[in-house]
Ligand binder design. Structure first.
Ligand SMILES: [Zn+2]
Length: 441
């Protein structure tokens, strides 16, 4: 118990073992910066019998059997206690059943007490001014300007049955089903009962129409979770090659994997091009995902290099979401391309501050104007225990500790002044996002 408490206190004070401490004045300056969170999945909780939130992700992981997550994501991580203390005034140093009951009561009372402003209150606790909510629909609980919408667009790339592609990886199967369901919803939103018969009509009447509708509804970016469904090696396929695949299988039947991939490549390109025209950045998941058999190699951001270099996509900005971890060195190099950015969401929860500081320092020394803070705050439809509030708090706290460590190291090595260190922290935590998305500061 004593050992557990000591660990918690360590987490809460930001100390790190075996690494020189962060500069205290820098820590203080960083704590005051109100962040823009490039990527998160806030969850709406059911009240009085309303239906549970099923819009916090287009591909909920509940459908998959999964081995336990990495150490920091496990329910017994003592750092969650620090989150409960900071968010809900939890007063214990452990999570015994009796003590956990008081947490449930405290959380329910915060939900009731803050009512419609609960989510904004949580953001205040995290030091986050604006959270980009990557959700199927933003929903009334996450109102602008504190929350901004990032919708999912993979479904637009998947107008056919999964067919052979669905069977290549058992973990992909439920995801193809989920995407088909979402495409139905997008069609319904446009007043269509099925996809048009030709690819040209599909692009104009479904792809373009949906992206324009999302933009009108306040979207600031578009999200691809494609790495859950296939490798990210999209090539530039001409419409003449994609058209016959679409025409043959749009009414049903099982497309061979090679044919379907061509159509997906063509549609990915169409979506990316339209995103550029509409001024919406493309967010792409690039990191390991849930499930036991996620294709980690297929999520390598280097696979996107042809897309980044494509002359017909010069107007489209791409954000490598989750820092492309574990390929973060490749990301440092990819950031040299004018239209490529990255965020450090998710690794703010999975890496401890020391490891994250090393990743950030690589990027800070190369292209600091291309790096965006993110939490990947996420959870499930149940309010209790560890959810988007706790994971968001841990991510925000970790990001600040890691930034302070990386910048302190750069100051000690005489690479930057203190003034520049504070400026760099502001850039990563908020200014880069304000500039990329044209947000009102
Ligand atoms: Zn996410």
């Amino acid at each position: 118990m004593t050992k557990l408490l000591a660990l918690v206190l360590l987490g809460a004070t930001g100390a790190a073992l075996a690494q020189p401490a962060a500069d205290p004045a820098l820590v203080e300056a960083i704590a005051k910066i109100k962040a823009i969170d490039n990527h998160a999945h806030p969850v709406r909780y059911a009240v009085e019998g309303s239906k549970p939130d099923d819009e916090y992700d287009a591909l909920p992981c509940d459908a998959l059997e999964s081995a336990p997550p990495m150490v920091r994501g496990r329910p017994d991580n003592p750092e969650w206690i620090g989150a409960w203390r900071a968010l809900y005034g939890y007063s214990f140093g452990d999570a015994s059943a009796d003590h956990a009951k008081t947490l449930v009561i405290a959380k329910q009372s915060a939900l009731r007490g803050h009512g419609a402003s609960y989510a904004a209150w949580v953001l205040d606790k995290m030091g986050i001014e604006t959270m980009f909510a990557n959700r199927v629909a933003l929903g009334n609980d996450f109102a602008p300007p504190r929350f901004r919408w990032v919708p999912f667009v993979d479904a637009l790339m998947l107008p056919l049955n999964g067919g052979e592609m669905e069977r290549l990886n058992p973990d992909s199967r439920p995801f193809y089903g989920a995407e088909a369901h979402l495409l139905k919803r997008y069609l319904w939103d446009l007043g269509l009962s099925k996809s048009p018969a030709t690819l040209g009509d599909y692009v104009s009447q479904v792809v373009t129409a949906t992206l324009e509708r999302q933009k009108r509804a306040g979207a600031v970016a578009l999200k691809f979770e494609a790495a859950y469904l296939r490798p990210l090696n999209f090539s530039n396929v001409p419409q003449s090659e994609a058209e016959p695949v679409y025409a043959r299988y749009v009414g049903g039947g099982e497309p061979p994997a090679g044919d379907y991939r061509k159509l997906q490549d063509f549609l990915f390109h169409s979506i990316a091009q339209e995103a550029g025209r509409l001024g919406l950045a493309i967010h792409i998941h690039s990191a390991p995902g849930c499930g036991d058999y996620f294709n980690i190699r297929g999520a390598n951001p280097s696979l996107l290099e042809d897309v980044f270099n494509d002359p017909s996509l010069r107007k489209t900005n791409f954000v490598i979401v989750h820092g492309g971890w574990p390929y973060t060195k490749s990301v440092a190099a990819l950031l040299g391309k004018p239209n490529v950015y990255t965020d450090f969401s998710f690794i703010t929860q999975t890496l401890y501050p020391r490891a994250l500081a090393e990743v950030l320092r690589d990027w800070l020394e190369w292209y600091p104007e291309k790096v965006l803070f993110g939490t990947d705050a996420f959870g499930g439809p149940e309010a209790n225990g560890v959810n988007w509030e706790e994971s968001g708090w841990l991510a925000s706290t970790t990001a600040r500790e890691a930034l302070a460590l990386a910048l302190t190291g750069m100051m000690r090595d005489h690479e930057i002044t203190r003034e520049r260190a504070v400026q760099l922290a502001r850039m990563l935590l908020r200014d880069n996002a304000i500039k990329l998305y044209g947000l009102q500061p």
